[in-house]
Write a protein that binds this ligand. Sequence first.
Ligand SMILES: Nc1ncnc2c1ncn2[C@@H]1O[C@H](COP(=O)(O)OP(=O)(O)OP(=O)(O)O)[C@@H](O)[C@H]1O
Length: 237
Amino acid sequence: MRILVKSVGYSIGSMTILDQIQHTFTTGVTFVIGRNGAGKSSLLKLLTTVIPPSCGEILFTQSSIQPQLGRHRKVLSIEEVRRLIGYLPQEFTGYPQMTVEQFIKNTAIHKGIPPSRVRSRVEEMITGTRLHSLRKKKLRHLSGGELQKVGLIQAVIHDPPICILDEPFEHLDLEEMLYFRHLLQRLSQHSVVIISTHQIEQIDLLGTADVMVIESGALRASGTVQSLGDLHRFFMV
Ligand SMILES: Nc1ncnc2c1ncn2[C@@H]1O[C@H](COP(=O)(O)OP(=O)(O)OP(=O)(O)O)[C@@H](O)[C@H]1O
């Protein structure tokens, strides 16, 4: 799976939010970093196809083998892309009237997990994230951290080939963050995982992740964590 972002711009009215963004996302983890208001959430929303770019284009391609064409890269339709995406928005609410268990089970069914596997997958996620004592609680009664865990679960439960997470570790304690990081590291072996954050300490500085730095709506830098060196410099005034 590859996501090609080609000279993408996004404006609301006369306000330019993103300008000339050029990047290729591939299998593995990419952190999108930048100060508050830089344009990270807007870029992630464009990548989910929920909002269209004002200019430029975003292409989703997958390696494919066909009798006449042989091996080639197929450009996916928006409908195909949407089935492949797991997304955690910055303000996740889910269905506030559902209980934790109902919501996670509902998500598992809607995301196409085979019926025979739904129960075990739901239990695996509830146990792994220590939500068992809250399984009968409605989402509207959860704390910020508890709701964030449910939000993360709905984004990853079906092992999506494209996983887009907006500030996923917000409100989580260290143990919970490590659990999800481990899960995302595993997922990223075969999926494109895109994580926005303004907290550099959340990035595994010894890891192999890519980083994309957004500054005032423009791409300031991109590369591996190691090639970019000290990331703090991108946050200095
Ligand atoms: N619907 C909107 N209407 C008006 N301005 C908007 C809208 N959405 C975003 N913006 C503006 O666009 C800019 C980028 O916002 P965005 O949420 O993408 O940034 P961000 O990097 O995700 O910020 P944060 O880290 O604070 O969430 C900000 O100045 C924001 O105020």
